[in-house]
Structure formats: structure tokens, C-alpha cells
Write a protein that binds this ligand. Structure first.
Ligand code: GCW
Length: 717
């Protein structure tokens, strides 16, 4: 009795709370009730008569989405009509299906949008106006519907205007670094959402919500498993599991990729070699690939990390990356599959600045890769640091498909305790002028395939998704997932536009609130750079877990230590990558070499990335370098406090659960920012031997104490 009273009161309390509190599960697809009467009646009238030109699984997915949206936004179920004319308000279908009602001009307009594009707007037929949502393929229609729902949620809908859009990049892909035991490498949001053990029998409804979220931002490919790969994913048992996911994702236009461990022929194929030129090895991969396609007919292909950080690869057999990649590409090509080969390579043996190694290995191979190979390059040459100049491979290989790899999970940018909106960082890279292969080339234009003959274009993002109820650990991690999708769709979009849209979808419309949260987001990356790695510093984080500062980290291989990168000594600090040093700068176009060779000319954000500079070097604002470093660290901490103040001022506007979640995490962020500042400044002071400027908050604490901190159970290792 007591138990049931207790249970029912817990239930009613939790019911009570579900009414008011938002745990973030619904992401940007929260579909809050429409308040504006005019918009409501407009949307309502649309939902009162929807006609689909035909049927297919994607249209079923669209109906499910419309049902959810309409029930939540209008508290009513949409009415689907069987009659194309009469009471119909909305037409949904492909260009072919609507060909009889479209003019030739309209058909031409839509067809030029390509396979994933959509067109929506008023369409007049026999004197009556319908609202049409049209794509060339069902998936385009799906994108159009999401775009329409988005416009209703953000109150930008206008029933008389025509809207059309299409992605600028063909493969917009998430890379999960998820292991088969459900741990996630560099994952900070719980465990992997792929429940391999219970698949294929148990289908977690979350898989559908995952697909919806991705499709709603245009993501059309996912690699399910860690690039530090386990060959077991290629066994028949696992194919059956992966097939279930592929079947769920298909209606949402999402293709499944798997990571292929290069030594799989030995590990699961019973061979003695994985030499890419060995006929048995070729047969193994061919049969494996055929088998995968027998389960997943539209399988996307393989993603491979080879000869990097201990992963097996062709070098073991004295073969190069092209020989390794092409062998796998040949197994995939009869099925139309893609082979994505990562350029994140650097070797133990190589005594070269790590910055230079990918170019060394890949430039000589340019033009030697098959057409269905894409080389996937991280945004910078080291490793997803808080800020990196663009990778010199962009623009250096132009006869090979090249794709971008960004990291959405915040390995080096505060993990899941810090609010760091990454879109401005990605935007900075995408907009950079690279001068190759053409004088006006930018990273974005290259990725869009505008600069070369490249057809298979790709933007990949390392996922930040896990089993946490809100998917990403930090609520604002959702904005990074969202932004990645938007930038992959259109690499030229601004991070500000994306922020505004995400805020409206997540928190609502109040313009004052939107502008305050937008300020927090847009400044957050620079703030993190200030308190972590200002002025081009890099790779000074804690060992292995990469949590917190570790500029003192030494031991083991040199290029995994911090002094290898900061090079601090009594004279100055920074990595000389000019001609007098490693000359990694020489791997860029001559225009860049010229602009960045002089420490007085280079943008200061890259100063210590390329130059070893004396402590008394004069910065552009007249401060010495030492003062500048101190001011940046100090500003970073102060800016976090400003973020806290702005957030606090929004309490009455924001759902209490979300408000408190972010408030608590901002407190942690403040402590972590202070920790970074104190630890780094105290450490660098042992080299600079100079006092801190008197007008900064004096770094406190004991360097030995900071050095002694250990985090053996930090997540994501
Ligand atoms: O960023 C580093 C990470 C490794 C990762 C590697 C890579 C998957 O610390 O955890 O391994 O890069 O990108 O391959």
C-alpha cells in the first residue's frame, strides 16, 4: 500500500515535471505549441488537407514527422486526403510525380537542384493555389518538409514565397568513434547509442529519433564505428546488426558506412597477410564487401585509418596509401561504394615536424587514387586543437578527391563541461583563402568541388552523440551537431545565422533572449582559445585524457608531449615552422608563406604556431608577448564570467531544467578556465622569469599542485 502511494506520488511528481521541464531529448525538433494566432491558423489549414503523390518509405517518414509536429504544435492530427484536388491544401511529391501539374519552367528549376534539393511554395493549378513541397527524389521532399517545419518553428514561414535549396556537398557525414563494447573514444555524453549486444533483435526507438535529427539538418551518411577499428564489425553477426540500423536510416536518406581494419584479413579471414597486393587479400575484401551489400544494398562504404597511431596499414607490406586505399576501393566500386581514407597520419619513426607528415605522404600520391576514394583531412595539421590554421593538404592535392574532417565532440575544447560553440572555428577555416589550386580558392570552395573536377565531395564530423538523455552531454553540444549539419550542407553559411536558428528552435523567439544567447555562443570559441591556447599555442593539454592543462607533459614519444609544441625556453616561446625551423610553413601556397613568414605580419592568432618569439617581442597593441599571453588567459576567465552573468539574466525566459543544467556547467567552466589560466601562466613564468601585469587577476595556486592532478577515470579515453 505504502509502496503504491509512494509510487503514484513519484509518478505524479514526475508527470508534473514533464509538463514544465525540458530534458533536451527532442533537440531542435521540439515543436512547441504555436502561440501566434495567424501562424497557427495558417499551419492548421495546411495540415487539414495533405496529398502525397505516391507512396514510399520516405513519405511514411514524412507523415510520421508531420503527425508529431502537428500534434505538438497544433494539438491535432493532420488530415491526409486521397483526392489530389478538392479539399487539398498541400501537395507533396517528387518532380516526376508532379510533372503533370508543373510548368516546364518549374520543372527545369527543380531539376537543377540536384538529387537532394527541394522546392516549396505556392503552385497554381486550374485556378486554385496549392502549397507544394517538391524534390527530385523522395529525400529532397523530406528535406523540404523539414525546412517547412523549421520555418514554422522559427516564425519565418511565408506562404506566398518560393523557397528552394540544395546541398553544396554530396556526403554530409557523421563519424562515430564508437567501440563495439559501447565505450566511445573521445565521447563525453555517455555510452554509444548503438546497442550492439541487443541488436538485431531489439530496436531502440532512439535510432529513429537519431535519424530524424540528422535528416532534419541534411546529414546523409554515418560511419557507425571507431576509426581505431575492430575487425569484428565485418563479421556476419555484426552485419546483421548493422543492417537493422541501415534499414531504419534508409527512409531518412542516410547511408551507413563502417570502419575497416586493415588487418581484418588476418584477424577474421584466417590469412597470414593483409598485403593489399596479395590476391587472397583482394579476394577476402571482395567477398567481405559483397557480403555486406547482400545485407545492406545501399551500403555507403568504408572509412579507414591506416598507419596512424598504431593502426595497421599498407606500410607494413611496403605499400603506400594509394595501394592500400585502391585495393579496398576496387572491392567497393562494383556496388557504387566509397572508400574514405584518412590523412591523419604521422609515424613513430619519422623525425619530422608532425605538421608536415601528411603532406609528405600524400602529395607524391596525388592522382594515384581511384575515383571512388576520398582523402579525409582534418581541419588542421596537428589534431583538432582549439585553433589551428587550415591543413596544408587543402590545395596541395588537386587530382584526388579531398574531404574535410571536423571534430564535433569537444576533445580539446572543454569536452562536455564547457559551452563552446564550434561553428565560428569551422567558419574561420572554411572561409580561409588558400590560393590553390586557383588564386581565389578557399577551403569551402575546394570542398564544394568548385576548384577541381572532384565529384565526390565530403564533409565529415566526429560525432558528439551518446546515451545521455540530451544526446550530447552539454545542452549546447546540440548546437555543434546542428551547426555541423548546416555547414556541411552549405559551407558558406555564417555561424551567426546558424546560432540564431538553433536558439529559436531550442529556446524560443524572444529577440532579446535570442541576441543574448547568440552573443554567448559566438564569443565562446575565442574565449576558450584565450584561456586554453592563445596566440597560436597548441597541444598543451593533459596527457591521454586531454582534460585540462598540461603544458609540462613530457615522456614517451616526443610528439605526444607539450614542450615539443610550445618550445618555451628562457628566450621565448613558440614553434619555429618557418624556413629557419621545420619549414612546415613552406607547405602552403607562396602567398601564405609570404604573409605568415614574418612574425610582425602573421595574424597574431597563429603567431606561436609558426614562430619562436622572444618574451619581449612587441605585439600589435604594444604589449610584450609575455604580457599579451597573460592578458589573453585573464580575458578568457573574465569572459566566462560574463557568459555566466548573461545566462543568469535569462532565468525567467528559459525552461528551469535547461536553465539549471547550463548554469551548473558554466560554474564548472569558470573553475576550469581559472585552472587553465593559473596552471599555464605559472608554468610559462618559470621560463619567462617576468612578473604578471599588475592589472590582471593574479594567477594563484602552486604549480606543483596543478601538475599533481590526476584524472584516471576521465571519460573518452
Ligand atoms: O584526436 C586524436 C584522438 C584519438 C583519435 C585520433 C584520430 C580515433 O586523441 O583518440 O583516435 O585523433 O583522429 O585518429
Amino acid at each position: 500500500m505504502l509502496k503504491s502511494i509512494l509510487l503514484s506520488s513519484i509518478l505524479s511528481i514526475s508527470l508534473f515535471f514533464t509538463v514544465y521541464a525540458n530534458d533536451g531529448y527532442n533537440l531542435w525538433l521540439d515543436y512547441q505549441a504555436i502561440q501566434n494566432a495567424e501562424l497557427k491558423s495558417e499551419f492548421k489549414s495546411m495540415m487539414d488537407g495533405i496529398y502525397f503523390f505516391g507512396e514510399n518509405p520516405t513519405y511514411q517518414a514524412i507523415k510520421n514527422e508531420l503527425n508529431t509536429a502537428s500534434e505538438k504544435m497544433l494539438n491535432q492530427t493532420p488530415i491526409y486526403t486521397k483526392e489530389r484536388l478538392s479539399s487539398t491544401k498541400v501537395w507533396i511529391g517528387t518532380r516526376d510525380q508532379l510533372s503533370q501539374v508543373l510548368s516546364l519552367t518549374e520543372q527545369g528549376e527543380i531539376s537543377s537542384l540536384g538529387p537532394d534539393g527541394f522546392w516549396r511554395g505556392p503552385l497554381v493549378f486550374e485556378g486554385k493555389t496549392y502549397y507544394a513541397i517538391i524534390g527530385n527524389k523522395p529525400v529532397g521532399v523530406l528535406y523540404g518538409v523539414y525546412n517547412l517545419l523549421n520555418s514554422i518553428q522559427t516564425k519565418t514561414f511565408n506562404n506566398s514565397s518560393k523557397v528552394s535549396d540544395s546541398p553544396k556537398v554530396k556526403f554530409r557525414m557523421l563519424n562515430h568513434w564508437d567501440n563495439l563494447d559501447r565505450t566511445v573514444e573521445r565521447g563525453y555524453a555517455g555510452f554509444s547509442i548503438w546497442d550492439w549486444h541487443r541488436l538485431p533483435g531489439y530496436v531502440d526507438p532512439r535510432y529513429i529519433d537519431y535519424a530524424r535529427a540528422n535528416a532534419s539538418i541534411g546529414i546523409n551518411a554515418v560511419s557507425l564505428t571507431n576509426v581505431n577499428a575492430n575487425a569484428l564489425i565485418l563479421t556476419t553477426d555484426f552485419m546483421k546488426k548493422a543492417k537493422v540500423l541501415a534499414d531504419i536510416f534508409r527512409p531518412y536518406g542516410i547511408k551507413v558506412f563502417l570502419t575497416a581494419r586493415f588487418s581484418a584479413p588476418i584477424q577474421i579471414g584466417g590469412l597470414e597477410t593483409a598485403d593489399p597486393l596479395d590476391p587472397n587479400v583482394k579476394d577476402f575484401w571482395k567477398e567481405k564487401t559483397d557480403e555486406i551489400y547482400s545485407f545492406i544494398p545501399d551500403f555507403g562504404g568504408f572509412l579507414v585509418k591506416a598507419n596512424s597511431e598504431g593502426q595497421p596499414g599498407p606500410h607494413e607490406y611496403k605499400r603506400n596509401h594509394a595501394e592500400g586505399a585502391n585495393m579496398l576501393a576496387d572491392a567497393l566500386s562494383p556496388h557504387g561504394g566509397l572508400l574514405i581514407w584518412r590523412a591523419f597520419v604521422y609515424s613513430f619513426e619519422e623525425d619530422q615536424d608532425r605538421h608536415k607528415q601528411a603532406n609528405f605522404e600524400f602529395e607524391p600520391l596525388d592522382g594515384k587514387f581511384r575515383e571512388n576514394v576520398i582523402i579525409q583531412v582534418k581541419n588542421g595539421a596537428i589534431d583538432f586543437q582549439p585553433r589551428e590554421p587550415f591543413h596544408p593538404l587543402f590545395g596541395a592535392i588537386n587530382e584526388t578527391n579531398i574531404g574535410m574532417e571536423f571534430q564535433i565532440t569537444q576533445e580539446y575544447l572543454g569536452q562536455a563541461t564547457q559551452l563552446v560553440y564550434l561553428a565560428p572555428m569551422w567558419e574561420e577555416v572554411l572561409k580561409t583563402r588558400i590560393y590553390r589550386p586557383n588564386p581565389s580558392s578557399t577551403v569551402a570552395s575546394l570542398l564544394e568541388g568548385k576548384e577541381t573536377t572532384q565529384k565526390n565531395t565530403l564533409m565529415a564530423g566526429v560525432s558528439n552523440i551518446g546515451t545521455d538523455r540530451n544526446w550530447t552531454g552539454h545542452l549546447f553540444g546540440q548546437a555543434n551537431w546542428f551547426a555541423f549539419g548546416k555547414q556541411a550542407w552549405n559551407p558558406e553559411i555564417t555561424s551567426e545565422e546558424i546560432a540564431t536558428e538553433w536558439i529559436k528552435l531550442t529556446f524560443g523567439q524572444n529577440p532579446d533572449m535570442v541576441s543574448k544567447i547568440s552573443k554567448i555562443m559566438l564569443e565562446s570559441h575565442e574565449t576558450a582559445v584565450d584561456y586554453m591556447t592563445p596566440l597560436g599555442l597548441h597541444h598543451i593539454m593533459g596527457r591521454s585524457h586531454h582534460y585540462g592543462p598540461g603544458p609540462w607533459v613530457v615522456g614517451g614519444r616526443a610528439d605526444w608531449t607539450a614542450p615539443y609544441y610550445h618550445q618555451a625556453d628562457s628566450l621565448g616561446i613558440g614553434f619555429d615552422r618557418t624556413r629557419s625551423g621545420s619549414d612546415a610553413l613552406g607547405q602552403y601556397a607562396p602567398e601564405i608563406v609570404e604573409a605568415w613568414s614574418d612574425p610582425k605580419q602573421i595574424p597574431e592568432k597563429y603567431l606561436l604556431w609558426f614562430h619562436h618569439v622572444p618574451w619581449d617581442f612587441k605585439l600589435k597593441n604594444g604589449n610584450t608577448l609575455w604580457e599579451g599571453i597573460a592578458y589573453h588567459y585573464d580575458k578568457g576567465v573574465k569572459d566566462v564570467r560574463e557568459m555566466q552573468e548573461i545566462w543568469a539574466s535569462l532565468e525567467s525566459e528559459i525552461d528551469p531544467e535547461e536553465f539549471d543544467h547550463v548554469r551548473q556547467l558554466l560554474e564548472i567552466q569558470e573553475e576550469e578556465a581559472e585552472w587553465w589560466r593559473n596552471a599555464c601562466l605559472l608554468y610559462f613564468q618559470t621560463f619567462s622569469n617576468r612578473p604578471f601585469p599588475s592589472d590582471i587577476e593574479q594567477p594563484e595556486g602552486d604549480l606543483e599542485y596543478y601538475k599533481s592532478l590526476m584524472f584516471p577515470n576521465a571519460p573518452g579515453i
